[in-house]
Design a protein around this ligand. Structure first.
Ligand code: B12
Ligand code: SF4
Length: 631
């Protein structure tokens, strides 16, 4: 039974308590705690996943003694077997938490300054200085789980260690569920240690991508490690019906929006609502964690199967959140054409002119005509461009540059994703390939290093070939730093140089992403403002609203800021501003005159702040559900 931990456990728990204050528990010879490396009877030898962790790096946080503890019962879940139920069932008091911050700094728990909790600054617009788009996203997996259990629960998002400790001691939690991805494994380890220390009665469940680490059970002190989809698991664990229909929480897609030193006010209906129709992706690209984690090639877990389900959900969000745009968190939304077309038919029947922000592979996009995409309301697309010479089926025979041009001409903003360091890359062709990627002129461009991440087919393949580099710290394996494997032609040091150059070059050639979005939005407006379908016209009218009011001020400030450093881009920004002023007349001109200089001043101030090393952190968020009558 889960709650009854065996005797050996209490010994190791005691040991944990001791080493909470211990600074001498590390085995200096092996550089990482031997108890983690291999336990008696184990067949898996854990690679040096936390290898850089020496006593000097990490004083006082070793969670186990070097005197290897007796082996624990295997906490790893066999996904085929139903989870054991908690004895208190739905009466169990549940704390769900993400890993603790602060995030955007280098520390002993695996936080990294280059790895902030911000999508764009982290991996898309990071070279764009004050023009980088900054915002946060909640931990949607945890929100989904909380919404779908009826036990009294608390969701703690972005806690500090202090906030986590406070919460642990404030209520007697029976279950603590920790969500994490691989880079944050050391935080999970610390949080498990804290739970044992501060809330010893709690059962610890760890889920999310961190569960893909081979031998994780030896790295952390958890009772259950859950791989794959977590809602069904938690429901079963709490004695609820795992097959009950999924309830979707209200999720604001992003918050804390900031650009050019300006923090946008948060108003209901202005930000898209996130909708999560499924997890995983059946295409199964070899490097893809998301696909691998939810079953790999040919598999995914679908929450909302039909267009009708999605339509109903969106109507609900329209009512509860005043939403009219939706960020669809489905790795390959357009792949399921019947579902998308059913949704379109319902939107047409009920006169909905919603905007969609979606992920899609190129082969999936090509299943639709441009008119269908426009009718559907596809307004923003994240698309994997990977490389013109890659062998991914989803790109076979595609003229991605032509496709990108065509989509942008129709007002569809693009986030292109390119991989740096594929097998065929060499120091000679790498720059050419990056230039080719940049020529797509997508509104945003994400560059990622080819990275074998634990759990993926690529990781298995590289391990088999003996090409995984030793001594890598998991906190640095995320594709935005350096190679973690032996590349045939490119060195680890050069991988970072190429990656950094790609971001810088994209910014230099294409300018700030904000400028590019405004340009694409304007193109869409010009093409569709007189479309015969009033639904389509209404969507473009809605999307263009900011062009009329504030865009000219933004562009004016941008144009002036870039005049010295990048005259070519500044001239393009200027031309767009003039076109917009011509189109929208005096209102746009007045906005520019009044707000332009203020924005320029704010941009310069932001640059000074950034050069002083200012970073942004999400606030601690705490949400409670079902506590009325909790025992
Ligand atoms: C939103 C997002 C973010 C947000 C983070 C939001 C947050 N609050 O944490 C931002 C943009 C900031 C972000 C940043 C990063 N991210 Co990110 N991110 C995503 C994204 C796009 C969506 C996550 C999501 O909500 N999915 C939908 C929910 C429903 O699924 P889920 O989270 O997996 O949860 C399910 C299960 O995993 C499980 N589960 C999850 N938690 C728990 C807990 C318990 C107790 C249980 C039982 C089950 C369980 O149940 C859930 C429901 O089924 C995913 C890709 C993807 N499609 O999932 C990448 C992804 C998670 N990110 C990833 C990475 C690498 C990063 C970065 C390191 C980026 C980088 N530098 O390259 C940084 C790390 C930042 C940091 N300091 O921690 C990888 C993780 C890879 C891995 N194997 O660990 C992913 C999978 C993308 C990818 N394909 O590579 N990310
Ligand atoms: S198409 Fe995208 S989401 Fe799907 S497996 Fe490939 S990389 Fe992953």
């Amino acid at each position: 039974m889960v709650a009854d931990r065996p005797e050996s456990d209490s010994r190791s728990r005691e040991c944990l308590n001791v080493v909470y204050f211990c600074s001498g528990a590390y085995n200096e010879d092996v550089q990482f705690c031997s108890a983690f490396a291999k336990l008696p009877g184990d067949t898996i030898s854990v690679p040096s996943l936390l290898a850089n962790e020496t006593k000097a790096d990490n004083p006082g946080v070793c969670p186990v003694s070097t005197t290897a503890s007796p082996p624990r019962p295997d906490p790893e879940l066999n996904p085929a077997a139903p989870p054991p139920a908690h004895p208190k069932g739905t009466q169990a008091r549940v704390l769900l938490t993400s890993v603790f911050g602060p995030y955007a700094r280098d520390d002993e728990f695996g936080s990294r300054a280059i790895n902030p909790m911000e999508l764009y600054q982290n991996q898309v617009t990071r070279a764009q200085g004050a023009f980088s788009l900054r915002m946060f996203h909640r931990s949607w997996g945890l929100m989904m789980i909380q919404e779908n259990i009826s036990a009294p629960s608390t969701l703690l998002d972005f806690p500090t260690r202090e906030a986590f400790a406070r919460e642990l001691t404030s209520r007697r939690y029976d279950v603590v569920g920790i969500s994490s991805i691989i880079v944050n494994v050391r935080k999970v380890r610390e949080m498990c240690r804290m739970v044992r220390e501060l809330s010893p009665q709690s059962t610890i469940i760890v889920g999310g991508h961190v569960a893909a680490i081979p031998g994780l059970k030896h790295l952390i002190d958890a009772d259950h490690i859950v791989t794959g989809e977590g809602i069904r698991w938690m429901r079963s664990y709490l004695g609820e019906d795992p097959e009950a229909p999924i309830r979707h929480p209200d999720i604001v897609s992003g918050f804390g929006f900031r650009i050019m030193g300006f923090k946008a006010p948060e108003r209901a209906g202005h930000t898209a609502a996130t909708i999560i129709p499924s997890v995983g992706c059946p295409l199964g690209c070899n490097f893809c964690s998301t696909s691998a984690f939810f079953g790999g090639k040919g598999k995914s877990v679908t929450f909302y199967d039909s267009g009708q389900d999605l339509f109903d959900l969106m109507c609900e969000r329209e009512r509860t959140m005043k939403a009219r745009s939706f960020f669809i968190m489905d790795e390959n939304f357009l792949l399921n054409r019947p579902r998308a077309m059913e949704l379109l038919a319902l939107m047409q029947r009920h006169n909905k002119s919603w905007s969609f922000y979606v992920f899609s592979s190129v082969n999936a996009i090509r299943k639709y005509s441009i008119e269908e995409l426009v009718q559907l309301g596809v307004s923003w697309l994240w698309i994997g461009l990977e490389s013109p010479h890659s062998s991914y089926k989803k790109l076979a025979g595609a003229d991605t540059q032509g496709l990108a041009r065509e989509l942008r001409r129709n007002g569809i903003k693009l986030l292109g994703s390119t991989i740096v360091g594929l097998e065929h890359h060499t120091p000679e062709n790498m720059r050419r390939e990056i230039e080719y990627a940049i020529e797509h002129e997508t509104d945003f461009h994400q560059f990622m290093l080819y990275t074998p991440v634990p759990g993926t087919p690529l990781f298995a393949e590289m391990s088999e070939q003996g090409r995984m580099l030793e001594g890598m710290d998991l906190a640095d394996i995320h594709g935005q730093f350096k190679f973690n494997f032996q590349h045939a032609n490119i060195s680890r040091e050069d991988s970072k140089k190429f990656l950094d150059w790609a971001f810088a070059r994209d910014f230099e050639r294409n300018g700030p992403s904000l400028f590019r979005i405004l340009r694409t939005t304007f193109e869409g407006w010009q093409r569709y403002k007189n479309h015969p379908d009033s639904r389509v016209r209404a969507r473009f009218e809605w999307e263009v609203r900011q062009l009329k009011n504030s865009s000219t001020a933004v562009l004016w400030a941008m144009e002036h800021r870039l005049k010295q450093s990048n005259a070519a881009v500044s001239a393009r920004v200027h031309a767009l501003r003039q076109d917009i002023e011509k189109e929208f007349g005096s209102m746009a001109k007045w906005a520019r005159r009044l707000a332009g200089p203020v924005l320029l001043w704010m941009t310069r101030r932001e640059e000074r702040r950034l050069s002083r090393g200012i970073t942004y952190e999400p606030p601690v968020i705490l949400e409670r559900r079902n506590w009325a009558g909790a025992r």
